[in-house]
Write a protein that binds this ligand. Structure first.
Ligand SMILES: [Zn+2]
Ligand SMILES: [Zn+2]
Length: 97
């Protein structure tokens, strides 16, 4: 994890040189990518792009078959199931709306 953050720091000036609409400065000089629609802030450009594409102004589309939990990404739902419903039998496909 340390190595990853080092790499992120090394690449940050390079990423910033692209210039991004909605870019705003965070505390301590850490630059955040801000969604112009809802104001959510992200440390990485890729996270913001993912948010805009899959999350922003959208309902989470993956519903847990065992409880009320909803996820934006199937991956997160799988993690949720693995942690909270690991005693449950293998289940069925996910419902996507
Ligand atoms: Zn947004
Ligand atoms: Zn659940």
């Amino acid at each position: 994890m340390k190595l990853f953050s080092l790499i992120a720091q090394l690449y940050t000036p390079y990423i910033l040189s692209y210039g991004t609409p909605g870019l705003s400065s965070g505390k301590a000089g850490w630059t955040l990518y801000e969604c112009v629609d809802c104001g959510n802030k992200y440390k990485h450009k890729g996270s913001l792009q993912r948010h805009i594409k899959y999350e922003c102004r959208k309902q989470p589309s993956f519903k847990c078959p065992y409880c009320v939990y909803r996820a934006y990404q199937k991956h997160n739902l799988l993690l949720h199931e693995r942690h909270l419903h690991k005693d449950m039998p293998e289940k069925v496909d996910f419902v996507s709306e």
